[in-house]
Design a protein around this ligand. Structure first.
Ligand code: TXA
Ligand code: MG
Length: 310
């Protein structure tokens, strides 16, 4: 894969020069910069129009160097062994003499870290001398990007470089677990909480209400296609695009399907692109039928609920 090799080299050059670039991950695309560089990190916040009090996730290749940045514990070790690299983000205590830019964490004493699985970002992380701070590659509060085309739609020419890695295989963001103080889930995501519970042998609380303010990314309006959305719709109203979980034989251009046959994993993967498509077709409103609240269906419902705050 020669082209990949030269693209990684290009990506590294931009990053080494304190630029921020878009990178593929298995969950969603990220807007990445050197996590140790104030200049890079500030550029990320500016390009994304992100409030500076909303901290970023730091992405590592493996455990090398991690000890210098944060304090790991036994729960982290267990979960890392089972689920990383993959769609889980750990919130840990930050080390005092860490090299991570204070702009990443908004001066907090904790840091969110993740080990992405997409082969291209892994190749990139392997050749860098620093971890990558990366929020999702979208304008703040809007739909996340799951393909190179989405990233271009979000940032256009303002973006210096886009490392293309096809469509994100999971399509929703990582699950965030707080491993400091009382362990809890801060954001539902691509990894089912039941799997985490099984490894830790306890039933974790899901603390993803906006009042917590622990994860400001959980502010009520988020993941929004930029038009009103209503959930649990039984029928379509005039002017709406209607999203259904399962394909049906309906002869109307206003019906859109998340999966062929009720497959929640496929539905999660199609969720953001479908909402993007509907918005781009010029619809002014979206209705979504009831989505089963099991497994990754819980993550879909979480995102729809936040999108419906528009
Ligand atoms: O799948 C993902 O996690 C993607 C890919 C690119 O890795 N990233 C992502 O980043 O979704 P972002 O910035 O869109 O969402 C990060 C979330 C925010 O809700 C933020 O508030 C939370 O992580 N977060 C970051 N640092 C935190 C910390 N120290 N404590 C609690 N929450 C934190
Ligand atoms: Mg985001």
């Amino acid at each position: 894969m020669k082209s990949n090799h030269s693209n990684i080299k290009k990506a590294k050059k931009y990053l080494d020069n304190n630029e921020c670039i878009a990178v593929p991950t298995e969950t969603v695309y990220g807007l990445a910069g050197n996590a140790y560089s104030d200049i890079s990190v500030k550029k990320i916040f500016k390009l994304k129009k992100r409030p500076t009090n909303n901290p970023l996730i730091v992405h590592y290749y493996n455990l090398n160097g991690l000890n210098e940045d944060c304090i790991i514990n036994k729960e982290f070790k267990k979960l890392y062994k089972k689920f990383s690299p993959g769609p889980i983000t750990y919130v840990l205590k930050l080390k005092k003499n860490t090299k991570i830019s204070k702009f990443v964490t908004n001066n907090k004493n904790t840091v969110a870290i993740r080990f992405p699985k997409h082969p291209l970002i892994r190749k990139l992380l392997k050749v860098l001398n620093y971890p990558l701070a990366a929020p999702s590659a979208n304008i703040s509060s809007k739909l996340s990007s799951v393909s190179p085309a989405d990233v271009k739609e979000e940032f256009g020419k303002k973006l210096k470089y886009l490392l293309k890695g096809g469509r994100s295989s999971i399509g929703v963001e990582s699950t965030i677990i707080n491993l400091t103080n009382k362990i809890s889930i801060l954001r539902l995501g691509g990894l089912n909480v039941s799997k985490i519970n099984k490894i830790l042998k306890k039933k974790l609380l899901i603390k993803n209400k906006s009042k917590e303010k622990l994860s400001p990314g959980l502010f009520s309006l988020h993941y929004s296609p930029g038009i009103p959305l209503r959930m649990n719709a039984k029928k379509i109203n005039k002017g709406e695009a209607f999203i259904l979980i399962k394909k049906r034989k309906i002869n109307s251009k206003d019906y859109f399907f998340l999966s062929k046959n009720n497959n929640l994993i496929k539905a999660a993967k199609n969720l953001y692109p479908l909402m993007r498509k509907i918005k781009n077709r010029g619809y002014k409103k979206i209705a979504v039928e009831k989505i089963p609240n099991i497994g990754i269906g819980q993550t879909i419902n979480d995102r729809l609920k936040r999108a419906s705050k528009y």
